[in-house]
Design a protein around this ligand. Structure first.
Ligand SMILES: [Zn+2]
Length: 116
């Protein structure tokens, strides 16, 4: 892969990481706020229906968080691979990862075959 191409992928990964870090922070905060007390310290009446919705939303926020953390790990790995000079090479079988795949998933560390 050309140095200029590698640089473009690195910039893409760094931008993606920055965006995800912002999102993860935001999600962690909104998930935590749900544990907090109501403003003014008044005890809010709890309705079962509301509780269900709250729990669902909280689980949803946490499931997003998990996915984003996994994505962040993949981005870190891809950045490592750029430093190692193995970016664009499958971690599993050593085959070249098609550039088309890297454009869609710049943090892919496996070829299509191994990812499946
Ligand atoms: Zn492979």
């Amino acid at each position: 892969m050309k140095k200029s191409e590698l640089k473009a992928f690195k910039e893409k990964l760094l931008a993606l990481r920055a965006r995800l870090l912002g999102d993860v922070h935001y999600l962690a905060e909104s998930a935590m706020n749900r544990h907090g007390e109501a403003p003014g310290g008044t005890t809010m009446p709890i309705h079962m229906a509301d509780l269900g919705t709250e729990n669902y939303e909280q689980e949803f926020a946490f499931s997003l968080l998990e996915t984003e953390e996994a994505t962040l790990e993949a981005i870190e790995r891809a950045l490592e691979k750029i430093e190692e000079g193995t970016y664009g090479v499958c971690d599993e079988c050593g085959a070249k990862i098609p550039k088309g795949r890297l454009k869609v998933l710049p943090f892919a560390s496996l070829c299509v075959k191994c990812a499946e």
